[in-house]
Design a binder for this molecule. Structure first.
Ligand SMILES: O=C[C@H](O)COP(=O)(O)O
Length: 255
């Protein structure tokens, strides 16, 4: 089975529900029909999930959440569970974003529990991993990534792993305008695929999409996606304006 190309908009804590819905419709309309192997997903904030879903009906665009709790229900004030997200129409969820690891102190064990919760409700997971600037400067990049991946996929069932997408996001490149070079990204993605082959089955590792995130723009997406092990992008800032995001997608998918 060939890997798909996937570009995901992470709108983080931006846009009211009305604005998110309007922009989702503008993106879907501008893109029209996508080639079969090319997918686009939008990850708006929680309150915008349902309004965005309503505008994405009858389009190929997928709905993603930005976070999920590991339990299905209970006394967890402020949290949202996998069955709730599924009921809002999410088919994907972003897990372990560096902003959540830093701000909400999410550990690798919490990330793993969230992945299990998402898989048990038949949602695909975009697992974010990445090293900080100081870790890169100390030569720890591969060690950090190795641990993040192994801890996250430990004990996952093969069926679940079919729905796993990795997103390599070096923390020093997020929102900074500093993009890792296409060669740097390829080197890391090839390494991640090797780790996946060791933790999972070889064939599954070959089939797992690996995205890059960190200051991806319409001007650099083509170079990044020309790399053998780069299957798409997780985009923050450049996904906020619908016109910019559509041109990024067109450049990335060569439309
Ligand atoms: O989830 C997206 C990443 O954090 C990248 O954000 P950015 O494109 O604004 O650098």
């Amino acid at each position: 089975m060939d890997r798909k190309q996937l570009i995901v908009a992470n709108w983080k804590m931006h846009k009211t529900p009305a604005k998110a819905a309007e922009d989702a419709e503008a993106i879907a309309t501008a893109l029209g029909r996508l080639p079969d192997h090319s997918c686009v997903a939008l990850a708006p904030p929680f309150p915008a999930l349902v309004p965005v879903r309503e505008r994405l009906n009858h389009t190929q665009l997928l709905l993603a959440a930005q976070n999920v709790h590991s339990e299905a229900e209970g006394a967890f004030t402020g949290e949202v569970s996998a069955p709730m997200l599924k009921a809002c129409g999410c088919s994907l969820v972003i897990v372990g974003h560096s902003e959540r690891r830093a701000l909400a102190k999410e550990s690798d064990a919490m990330v793993q529990a969230k992945i299990k919760a998402a898989f048990s409700h038949e949602m695909g997971v975009i697992l974010c991993i990445g090293e900080s600037e100081s870790q890169r400067n100390e030569g720890l990049t591969f060690k950090v990534l190795d641990k993040q991946v192994r801890e996250a996929v430990k004990g996952l069932s093969v069926t679940g792993v079919n729905s796993l997408v990795l997103a390599y996001e070096p923390v020093w490149a997020i929102g900074t305008g500093k993009t890792a070079s296409a060669d740097q990204v390829q080197e890391v993605h090839a390494f991640l695929r090797k780790i996946l082959a060791e933790c999972l089955e070889k064939d599954l590792a070959k089939q797992t999409e690996i995205l890059y995130g960190g200051s991806v723009k319409p001007s650099n997406i083509k170079d990044l996606m020309s790399m053998e092990d780069v299957d798409g992008a997780l985009v923050g800032g450049a996904s906020l304006d619908p016109k910019t995001f559509v041109s990024l997608i067109r450049n990335g998918f060569d439309l």
